[in-house]
Design a protein around this ligand. Structure first.
Ligand code: BV8
Ligand code: ZN
Length: 270
């Protein structure tokens, strides 16, 4: 971790040292994120103490059946999340991932988050596995709609073109993931030198199969998370803590390691 002169020497764990060394020599790096990355921005997670799924059952709100059963209830729930997300900012964890895109020759960011905070922070190559809460479309004619006009309406919005219900462009349980985003994510996982699983409980599929695929294909698998998950035993290293604290330090150490490798003329990546 970047050496902070507090008089006390920052204790660098062995896992961190190994990850910095791997990242310093990496050509292809993939980051895979979940709600934990946005927690420090104020976005409630799903399974955390005040998690969304503690209050509501996923199948009651995040499924087509639920929407068809009660469009207003489901829309109101997403309208509430849209307003919360519109009022918050990315955190240092998001910005560290933007920096990674500049540091590594090849980098991909795969996210389960629908909050658009990675893009708002400046990340460019973002694969959105579960959609984006800033987009909407008509379930009947597919016409796209932005949040602006819809959130102004008091009642549950209907499509002016065909009268169909308008839904958020997110992936609900039982629905297939967007093919282009999924295929690009599989390709990235298969070619990664280092695969970082960050702020996710790794329980929702098929997303949670990506870290396992990367490991099977020889990637060095690192997990950065506030608590252990079903993936922790499979990971080569586990950095426990807050992504908004760990990621900026990690990037600073990797940049320092790559620069000193460059100065010694040792190739930074194989
Ligand atoms: C599908 C969008 C094909 C909507 C979401 C195989 C086995 C078992 C079940 C299945 C399976 N295959 C399919 C299923 C069913 C289902 C599934 O996986 N169910 C689970 C619950 C068992 N999957 C599906 O339905 C998928 N579709 O399979 O289609 C198909 C089609 C027809 C018929 C059959 C199959 C679609 C899944 C996508 C659903 N949509 N989101 C919305 O958001 O409203 S999922 C949603 O929940 C998120 O996108 C995310 O994926 C998931 C939440 O997980 P996380 O993001 O990880 O958040 P969580 O709170 O759980 O964890 C946060 C972690 O961060 C914690 O560990 C915490 O410790 C840590 N943390 C907290 N703060 C910090 C931190 N870490 C670091 N720093 C911090 N500051
Ligand atoms: Zn329509």
């Amino acid at each position: 971790m970047g050496h902070v002169d507090t008089g006390a020497t920052a204790v660098i764990s062995d896992d961190t040292r190994r990850l910095v060394a791997r990242l310093a020599a990496a050509d292809w790096v993939v980051a895979f994120t979940g709600a934990g990355v946005s927690a420090e921005s104020g976005v409630p997670t799903f399974r955390g103490t005040d998690g969304i799924w503690k209050k509501f059952k996923p199948e009651e709100l995040a499924s087509m059946d639920a929407f068809m059963r009660n469009p207003s209830l489901v829309w109101e729930w997403y309208a509430h999340r849209k307003r919360v997300i519109a009022g918050i900012q990315p955190n240092p964890g998001h910005y560290a991932l933007v920096r990674m895109e500049e540091v590594f020759p090849r980098f991909a960011l795969i996210t389960q988050n629908i909050d658009n905070l990675h893009r708002r922070a400046g990340s460019r190559s973002v694969h959105e596995l579960h959609g984006n809460i800033e987009r909407n479309y008509c379930v009947s004619c597919g016409k796209p709609y932005g949040n602006e006009e819809l959130l102004r309406q008091s009642e549950t919005p209907k499509c002016p073109a065909c009268g169909g219900w308008i839904r958020p462009d997110v992936v609900w349980f039982g629905e297939l993931l967007p093919e282009d985003q999924w295929n690009a994510s599989v390709r990235a996982a298969e070619s990664a030198d280092v695969f970082l699983s960050i702020g996710t409980s790794n329980v929702v599929y098929p997303a949670a199969s990506l870290p396992l695929l990367a490991k099977r294909r020889g990637a060095f698998l690192a997990e950065i998370n506030a608590e252990v998950t079903p993936l922790t035993d499979t990971a080569d290293v586990f950095l426990q803590g807050s992504s908004g604290v760990i990621l900026p330090d990690l990037v600073a150490s990797v940049v320092a390691a790559r620069e000193s490798a460059e100065r010694q003329g040792t190739p930074t990546h194989t």
